[in-house]
Design a protein around this ligand. Structure first.
Ligand SMILES: Cc1cc2nc3c(=O)[nH]c(=O)nc-3n(C[C@H](O)[C@H](O)[C@H](O)COP(=O)(O)O)c2cc1C
Length: 162
């Protein structure tokens, strides 16, 4: 849905993280990274009982990368009704990994409009997620609107024309 908004000059096609090498990961100055939360509040991967490698293994592969000076925006998919204590928790693991490597993360997203008990992906004040939270299981009708507003939020940092 994100890529469909932009031409190939502006944005490369999305790639599945299990096919990305450390070199490719470092190639871009601006990255939009997304993940569902699986297992019990985990990033997807074999440790979260997924059938294929995913972010869990990718972060091992990227352990030594230097992301200093890059700009990153994060989005996460989750299920606030089925997993109200771990809603989009995986976003936090992605965020911590990125920030530890010297990167600026933009696109914090308000927690208003969601109904959950706890999430590791919120800030201390619980006013914002560290990235866009999407719930295709319960609020799919809000996804397009949320995406559009979030893209407007990160547009200046990513030099995107909407
Ligand atoms: C086994 C399993 C575990 C899940 N665990 C969580 C969770 O801890 N937190 C959460 O917010 N969503 C959780 N979900 C919901 C998924 O994140 C959600 O359905 C997501 O949109 C799936 O994306 P996908 O279709 O790209 O795999 C879980 C779903 C499954 C099937």
């Amino acid at each position: 849905m994100i890529k469909k908004r932009f031409d190939d000059e502006t944005m490369d096609a999305p790639v599945n993280i299990n096919r990305v090498s450390a070199e490719q990961f470092c190639f871009y100055s601006h990255l939009i990274l997304g993940t569902p939360t699986m297992g019990e509040g985990q990033l997807p991967g074999l440790g979260a009982a997924c059938s294929e490698e995913s972010w869990e293994e990718a972060l091992d592969r990227f352990a030594e990368v230097d992301l200093t000076g890059k700009t990153v925006a994060l989005f996460g998919l989750g299920d606030q009704v089925g997993y109200p204590m771990e809603f989009v928790d995986g976003l936090r693991d992605l965020y911590d990994f990125i920030v530890e490597r010297g990167t600026t993360v933009v696109g914090a997203w308000p927690t208003t409009g969601y109904d959950f008990e706890a999430s590791r992906a919120v800030n201390d004040e619980e006013t914002h997620f560290v990235g866009l939270a999407l719930d295709q299981d319960n609020q799919a009708d809000q996804t397009a609107e949320r995406l559009e507003a979030w893209l407007a939020l990160i547009a200046p940092e990513f030099s995107l024309s909407l």
